[in-house]
Design a protein around this ligand. Structure first.
Ligand SMILES: Nc1ncnc2c1ncn2[C@@H]1O[C@H](COP(=O)(O)OP(=O)(O)O)[C@@H](O)[C@H]1O
Ligand SMILES: [Mg+2]
Length: 311
């Protein structure tokens, strides 16, 4: 049973039913268009819709680990050269969903994905798609900076070497460090071990490393949660710069961060599905312009979460 269509048009003032199968306002593809823009009652008119191409369209994506569902029936679009934030309480499947976009869940033997994710209108999970190439085009930055125990320089030439890119390594190193706003701090010590850098510098190095293989999309899973406020501010500034050239999806537990950096925000939750069953699955509650999600969300659950009443 699919109730999303019926809940999509609910006015904001009506209580949202929480029964099985309800996801209040997910994006559904419309025939003939690459993605459907928000049409939920109360949604701000989405003027940017015509400016941004869709990079990913997820349709009814569910992920199970073994027989346990982690995330159920998520449909949404990710737009080019925007920052999309995934927020929601711990365990609601944000990291699981993020990993679907570059097929890193493939590396977890128990993970099983159903539904479809199109990347530029091509099924990302089609048999002839090379998962290694997917991960080159769709890079990832993790919660804890994870530079290789090598020099700064070698961290940055690793990807191009593995991918047999015919490039000038010195140039790649400088360009990626400049793009990651780290060049001025490290240009005199490129042969030093990456571990000699501060945590915030290591995270910018990891972002620089992701850029060396010329990706289109960067997935970031709580990239600032191990960093102090100054290092966090550096990364946020950097994201705003990178947005001009890259599509970014960030998972963050920090709502102020989502509000500061993202263009669009998707709110997920994990709810008990029924009185007789205390299993929780992650669901998308709603996605919309960040300003709308934080000032006038369509769903009471979003409002409760962002105002700190829940989670
Ligand atoms: N590798 C895994 N194996 C089994 N279960 C997992 C794995 N990763 C995540 N889960 C489960 O999937 C659910 C969603 O987790 P996760 O995606 O990490 O949520 P979030 O990032 O929102 O905190 C949780 O119940 C978690 O325990
Ligand atoms: Mg997570």
């Amino acid at each position: 049973m699919d109730q999303r269509t019926s809940t999509q048009s609910q006015p904001t003032t009506q209580p949202i039913r929480l029964e099985t199968g309800t996801a209040a306002r997910t994006e559904q593809p419309t025939a003939g268009s690459a993605w459907s823009k928000d049409t939920g009652a109360g949604a701000a008119p989405d003027r940017s819709a015509t400016r941004h191409d869709v990079v990913f369209q997820a349709r009814d994506v569910s992920v199970h680990y073994g027989s346990a569902p982690a995330l159920v029936n998520v449909s949404l679009a990710i737009r080019q050269r925007e920052i999309t934030a995934f927020i929601g309480p711990s365990g609601c499947g944000k990291s699981t969903f993020l990993r679907c976009f570059n097929r890193t869940n493939d590396l977890i033997p128990s993970a099983r994905i159903t539904g479809q994710i199109d990347y530029h209108h091509q099924n990302l999970y089609a048999k002839d798609v090379d998962a290694v190439e997917v991960r080159r085009r769709i890079g990832m930055v993790f919660q804890k900076p994870n530079p290789f125990p090598k020099s700064i320089y070698d961290n940055l030439t690793f990807g191009p070497k593995v991918n047999r890119m015919k490039v000038d390594f010195d140039e790649v190193v400088e360009t990626s460090l400049r793009r990651a706003a780290l060049w001025d701090e490290v240009k005199g010590k490129l042969k030093q071990n990456a571990y000699s850098l501060s945590g915030g510098q290591q995270q910018r190095l990891c972002i620089a490393r992701a850029l060396t293989v010329d990706p289109e999309v960067i997935l970031m899973d709580e990239p600032c949660s191990a960093l102090d406020p100054i290092a966090t501010a550096h990364i946020e500034d950097l994201m705003r710069e990178l947005e001009h050239d890259y599509t970014i999806i960030i998972v963050t537990h920090n709502m102020q961060q989502a509000a500061r950096v993202s263009d669009r925000t998707a709110f997920f939750t994990a709810e008990v599905e029924s009185e007789n069953d205390d299993r929780r699955f992650g669901r998308l509650v709603e996605i919309g312009d960040t300003s709308m999600i934080f000032s006038n969300p369509n769903d009471r659950r979003t409002e409760d979460y962002i105002s700190g009443r829940f989670g």
